[in-house]
Design a protein around this ligand. Structure first.
Ligand code: ZN
Length: 637
């Protein structure tokens, strides 16, 4: 991109969402053949979108079609207040891939009347869709939460997602417990790719997501585009993996998914890589069912130097970790850590997206074959560009030194944190014999994120990183510590509504770590709570002592995971990671509101346009669209 300064990183803001764009400079450096590969993979990345919508809630697709039709048919005044409120609701639904907020999981509340809704539907010729959908949109107590994680309640009955039909939490847990064979050394990820349904005869069975099965049409499309992409793959290893993925989609056989994951892991030097499948289980309170997602990535050669140095020293990091020797790996399986640029986001990775990914999730594959980890640096870059002018740092940082560190080193600090978290943190440590990740049940995701974060926090303050040339000085670590504490105790509270508690795994883990460190370090003044003009700040007074605390907590969290200590996991998270200090929360919200910045962000994807010659695709061009709604409507078609 020549005119970097003129690129519009943020295109709009509505409700608590800002819409950003990312650039893919690495795409320009590819050969035409590689660009064609990206094109086909990007089509495969978009082809499974409807699966995710249906997974999130069974009414989402029907509702989306009505919203799309109303928007296309509407011929009235665009400035009309009711219509504006309708559009706001529609955009929120498009952004969240359904009727529930992508982060809080709460159902959206429409700010227009039932009468207006009926009129819009009638005008658009889709009043038939009325009855049940009206309940879905307007009845506050109906389908209130996408994923319920509240202790003591039936997490299945209380979740509005579409992974289970007519089964209770107990029945679902029993169903999968019966399939557990403790002696199995290579267990498939049970329940990962199916809906669990109780039929009229009371028999519980799985509807498997595969070509010819549930989501068959969508998966057929995904397979079609993968097949088009196949001849353009970067190498034979990648082709081998892709064939297994296709076969897995065709059969639904989870053993094939594991085989695919292993072959995908072995492909470590493809310039272009991708994720396409049922991957993450955050959308299911019981963590069996995976949502469909896709990311297409292009390697960023320069930035890869950094993670290469970390990965080459993985065993050193494992050996020096402040955890019990029993839980340490004595050899570290091929960690592939690369810095990539996102070329296309799909399914559960779009429009909101992760900034780092570490896969596969199956613990036995990670232990035997290692894991592949990516930092998505064009996404982080876009965030930084959009955030630099927002004023959040000035509002929540205590003094000029904290701001200086953040401005100078904040971006590098968060990238290195992500590298450490993804490339070493998740891959480190081992389970005790006979212990599986299921032992921690609903606390597993949070504990696992905490473990990876603590690993990153502990090591970012290590001189080893300076020695390796990963960071120029420990000032980078200070910037990251400031940022972590400021975010964990203050800024991230802007993402939740007054009176609510923390539910999402990453948010819970960040607060748990920050709040625990604050409490443990209070007497020694490691972190001090300060007040100025009625505003609260958390100020780090002793960085090295804070590092020690992170080390202590890492030791305990690793023990919890390795031993499967459910009680300790529950105690730690419920004490530090869930509850919110009400008056502090109100203060933070009001300070944030004055800045007028939306706390969540997501992205408009670029578009890839084939260049045709004599009916053949000879190259692909990239363009950067700038209207979110237009892209959403186009994806809907
Ligand atoms: Zn993570």
């Amino acid at each position: 991109m020549k005119n970097k300064d003129e690129f519009r990183w943020q295109t709009e803001q509505f409700d608590d969402i800002k819409i950003l764009r990312y650039q893919v400079p690495a795409f320009e450096q590819l050969t035409a053949r590689e660009r064609i590969f990206v094109y086909y993979l990007s089509r495969a990345a978009l082809a499974g979108r409807d699966i995710l919508w249906d997974q999130n809630c069974r009414y989402n697709l029907a509702l989306r079609r009505v919203l799309e039709q109303v928007i296309r048919q509407y011929s009235g005044n665009q400035e009309d207040v009711d219509f504006q409120n309708f559009m706001l609701y529609a955009k929120k639904v498009f952004f969240a891939n359904g009727i529930h907020h992508h982060y809080s999981m709460d159902k959206f509340v429409p700010h227009f009347s039932r009468e207006y809704w009926r009129k819009l539907l009638a005008d658009a010729g889709c009043e038939d869709a009325g009855g049940e959908l009206e309940r879905v949109v307007f009845e506050p107590a109906y389908l209130v939460k996408r994923v319920l994680l509240e202790e003591g309640k039936d997490l299945i009955a209380g979740s509005a997602n579409n992974y289970y039909q007519s089964v209770t939490q107990q029945e679902a847990e029993d169903f999968y417990k019966r399939q557990t064979d403790e002696t199995e050394t290579c267990p498939v990820s049970k329940g990962l790719n199916s809906t669990l349904v109780k039929d009229e005869d009371g028999i519980i069975r799985e509807q498997v997501w595969k070509v010819g099965g549930k989501y068959g049409n969508e998966l057929q499309q995904v397979v079609y585009w993968l097949e088009q992409a196949l001849p353009y793959a970067c190498n034979e290893q990648q082709q081998k993996a892709m064939r297994l993925l296709i076969e897995y989609y065709q059969t639904g056989d989870l053993k094939l998914f594991d085989q695919y994951s292993i072959e995908w892991l072995k492909d470590t030097d493809s310039k272009i890589d991708f994720i396409n499948g049922f991957i993450e289980v955050y959308g299911d309170a019981l963590a069996y069912k995976a949502s469909w997602e896709s990311v297409v990535e292009i390697v960023d050669n320069e930035a890869c130097e950094r993670t290469k140095r970390l990965a080459q020293n993985a065993l050193w990091f494992e050996g020096h970790a402040p955890i019990d020797e029993r839980f340490k790996k004595t050899e570290v399986q091929g960690i592939t850590a690369r810095v990539m640029q996102v070329a296309m986001l799909g399914g559960d990775c779009h429009p909101a997206t992760p900034i780092g990914i570490n896969l596969p999730n199956a613990e036995w594959i990670r232990e035997q074959y290692g894991s592949k980890s990516v930092t998505l640096d064009n996404i982080t870059y876009a965030y930084d560009q959009a955030a630099s002018a927002s004023g959040v740092l000035d509002e929540f940082a205590w003094d000029d030194e904290e701001k200086r560190l953040a401005r100078e080193f904040g971006s590098l600090g968060s990238n290195v944190h992500t590298d450490l978290h993804e490339c070493l943190g998740h891959g480190s440590g081992k389970m005790m014999p006979g212990v599986t990740t299921e032992a921690l049940r609903n606390y597993y995701s949070t504990i696992e994120e905490a473990r990876a974060d603590l690993f990153a926090l502990y090591y970012i303050m290590d001189n080893k990183l300076v020695e390796l040339g990963v960071i120029p000085s420990l000032d980078v670590a200070k910037a990251e510590y400031n940022n972590y504490i400021r975010n964990g105790l203050l800024v991230q509270l802007t993402r939740i509504k007054p009176g609510c508690q923390l539910e999402e795994a990453h948010m819970r883990n960040r607060q748990a770590i920050a709040a625990w460190a604050y409490e443990k370090g209070k007497s020694g003044k490691v972190i001090e709570r300060m007040e100025r003009d009625g505003k609260t700040y958390f100020v780090i007074r002793d960085y090295l002592e804070l590092r020690n605390l992170f080390g202590q907590l890492l030791r305990e969290v690793q023990r919890i995971k390795s031993e499967g200590d459910y009680e300790a996991a529950r105690e730690f998270i419920e004490t530090y990671g869930v509850k919110v200090d009400k008056s502090l929360h109100e203060e933070v919200l009001s300070r944030y509101e004055k800045l007028g910045v939306a706390p969540y962000a997501g992205f408009i994807n670029p578009e890839y346009q084939p260049v045709m010659e004599d009916g053949h695709m000879v190259d692909v061009r990239i363009v950067y669209p700038d209207d979110f709604l237009t892209q959403m409507l186009a994806y809907g078609e």
